[in-house]
Design a binder for this molecule. Structure first.
Ligand SMILES: Nc1ncnc2c1ncn2[C@@H]1O[C@H](COP(=O)(O)OP(=O)(O)OP(=O)(O)O)[C@@H](O)[C@H]1O
Length: 330
């Protein structure tokens, strides 16, 4: 028997590891665009899942943003049926009219559609094909935008998507490996023209910045950036845990937070406490920035009687004596 090509084997091992961690029974849903990453993921999942006693379903989202997008999505679904997915679905979504740029709007519509498909299929997990290269790009973008530790942690290998685990089994697999696996398996991936469109910051990072860094600093750069994300994520988890405990201890008996308790915290923990509390009060997570947290922090550490701080989402916080409390912005 011929030996299994290394990229195919590595991707199967990564998928097996991700699926082995699932506790409940039920199908897994693969989000497949037809690009090399998610095609390699889908091919590995349809091989591995039945061997672990699971079925696999394939969902491809038609964003309707390019000519021929529906035909392409149908081609992906037809391939899925051919290779043995127990069900394949094309989900059309409406991207126009959503807030944010086109990239963010498409992403939001896609995740909503994947969550809905997972509910309908009673799937126990949604798998996406994000790779180590995607992770390195995410870290670079976060660094350049000053996103702080939360951004530098990149994408987690697992998070919740409307109550279903979203898994990224390929975060330690390179894009070269997914392309090589597709070539070995005779699959012809779709090339998303958006990925080469220089009007997107991520495309410029992919096409120009990362290759320049690799030329300047060596081939280990991509792996090192992805490792940085894992290390920062671990530190974030520890700091978040400390902040949860500190938040509980800082609650003032009369409501709000106690300033003396907050003053006693190290800045990294205090910032997180204020962030968590702002979220709890209803501040909009997407719009809540480090500037808002810094303004709350100034109420704690640099107060000379200044008025309230406004947070996105119609939340207003006031300091009175030794207490921070929400007030009606009315
Ligand atoms: N139209 C789509 N339908 C279903 N899943 C999608 C679609 N677009 C993206 N995804 C999922 O999100 C992941 C990340 O997509 P993104 O476009 O950000 O990266 P990519 O590197 O171009 O991935 P790919 O090569 O798989 O298209 C994909 O691997 C796939 O799992």
């Amino acid at each position: 028997m011929a030996a299994l090509a290394p990229p195919v084997a590595a991707i199967r091992v990564a998928v097996r590891r991700a699926l082995t961690g699932l506790s409940s029974d039920g199908p897994v849903l693969v989000a497949c665009s037809g690009g090399a990453d998610s095609l390699a993921l889908a091919a590995a999942t349809v091989f591995v899942a039945p061997r672990l006693g699971r079925s696999a379903v394939l969902v491809t989202v038609d964003h309707g943003l390019q000519d021929g997008s529906t035909e392409r999505a149908e081609t992906v679904a037809a391939w899925g049926r051919e290779v043995g997915f127990s069900s394949t679905t094309v989900v059309p979504v409406k991207v126009a009219g959503r807030p944010g740029g086109p990239e963010a709007a498409a992403r939001e519509a896609r995740y909503e559609a994947l969550a809905e498909a997972a509910r309908q299929q009673k799937a126990v997990a949604v798998l996406t094909g994000h790779t180590r290269d995607d992770q390195a790009e995410t870290v670079l973008l976060a660094l350049a935008r000053g996103a702080g530790p939360r951004g530098l942690a990149g994408m987690p290998a697992r998070r919740e998507l409307d109550g279903v685990p979203l898994l990224r089994p390929l975060l330690e697999i390179s894009r070269d490996q997914t392309r090589a696996a597709c070539a070995v398996l005779g699959l012809s991936p779709w090339q998303d023209p958006h990925n080469a469109d220089p009007s997107y910051a991520r495309s410029r990072v992919r096409a120009d910045l990362l290759p320049a860094l690799v030329r300047a600093l060596g081939p280990g750069v991509v792996d090192n950036l992805a490792r940085t994300a894992r290390m920062v994520a671990a530190d974030n988890a520890a700091l978040d845990e400390l902040a949860e405990t500190a938040l509980a201890a800082a609650r003032h008996p009369a409501g709000g937070l106690s300033v003396p308790e907050l003053v006693g915290l190290v800045p990294a923990v205090r910032g997180r406490v204020l962030h968590f509390w702002a979220r709890e009060l209803g501040a909009l997570p997407g719009a809540l920035s480090h500037r808002h947290v810094a303004a709350l922090d100034a109420l704690v550490t640099d107060w000379d009687g200044q008025g309230p701080t406004d947070l996105p989402g119609g939340v207003r916080v006031l300091r009175r004596a030794d207490r921070l409390s929400p007030v009606d912005p009315g």
